[in-house]
Write a protein that binds this ligand. Structure first.
Ligand SMILES: *Cc1c(COP(=O)(O)O)cnc(C)c1O
Length: 236
């Protein structure tokens, strides 16, 4: 098979699995955003996915995002999904439609400042560390409400929901509780009715676990290897 055929088959397969998982959870696949994760993936392969009508892409490295953006420009939307250093916000603020990984006040402040400078409002998700693993980024659930209240009145930030990364598990059933946990937190926060804080999106689920995540309420899945194939170095 050519790379084009492989990507086409993978995209079709992922879309079918998204649809089945959505139906199982009583929802429509139209409500679930597929973000294709392109770390280590060359532009030529991204272009093949664009041909298959994938138009949302995710990067977790600033340098790679800039390089790909410079070639693809407005042909697709970019999501920043990885750890973000404050001194790099300025490079992506005019390029991405959403930052999924806001996990601390100084990062929120820097995005506010840079978004204001370019005259836009940045959609953000707050990353939550549900599993409690030290290696995972994200705000602990207990700190979330104070954090949201603190950033709620930043005029150039719009909180649109929450994101989490589950621990790796051979059997995704073992991490269902993580997705359910994030969903429950988003419901609790929705009830607090904090001004300017919207809990529309739950960004959760990757190649290994997206069906379980969708069953638990995810509406943004971030999928890399199931579309583009295995990466040849460790998952970042
Ligand atoms: C790499 C990555 C993904 C996609 O991982 P796959 O297992 O390849 O689907 C999703 N989210 C984040 C934050 C990532 O870094």
């Amino acid at each position: 098979m050519t790379l084009e055929q492989i990507i086409e088959a993978n995209v079709n397969d992922v879309r079918a699995r998204i649809r089945r998982a959505a139906e199982k959870g009583g929802r429509s696949a139209d409500d679930i955003l597929l973000v294709a994760v392109t770390k280590t993936v060359p532009v030529s392969a991204i272009e093949l996915a664009i041909q298959k009508k994938v138009n949302q892409f995710g990067e977790n490295r600033v340098q790679e995002l800039i390089e790909k953006y410079d070639i693809l420009k407005e042909r697709c939307n970019w999501h920043f999904i990885g750890r973000l250093q404050t001194n790099k916000v300025k490079y992506i603020v005019d390029k991405v439609s959403m930052v999924h990984s806001v996990d601390r006040l100084n990062l929120a402040q820097e995005i506010q400042k840079r978004a204001e400078a370019v005259g836009r409002v940045m959609d953000i998700l707050v990353q939550v560390n549900i599993s409690g693993e030290d290696s995972k980024a994200g705000i602990s659930p207990g700190e979330l409400v104070p954090f949201l209240k603190r950033i709620a009145d930043f005029p150039n930030l719009k909180v649109k929901g929450l994101m989490t990364i589950a621990p790796f598990a051979e059997d995704p059933e073992d991490i269902r509780w993580v997705f359910r946990g994030l969903k429950n937190i988003s419901i609790d926060i929705g009830r607090e009715n904090i001004d300017n804080i919207d809990m529309h999106y739950l960004s959760m689920g990757m190649s290994n676990d997206f069906e379980v995540a969708i069953e638990e309420g995810s509406n943004i899945v971030r999928i890399g290897s199931s579309i583009f194939g295995e990466r040849h170095y460790p998952k970042g």
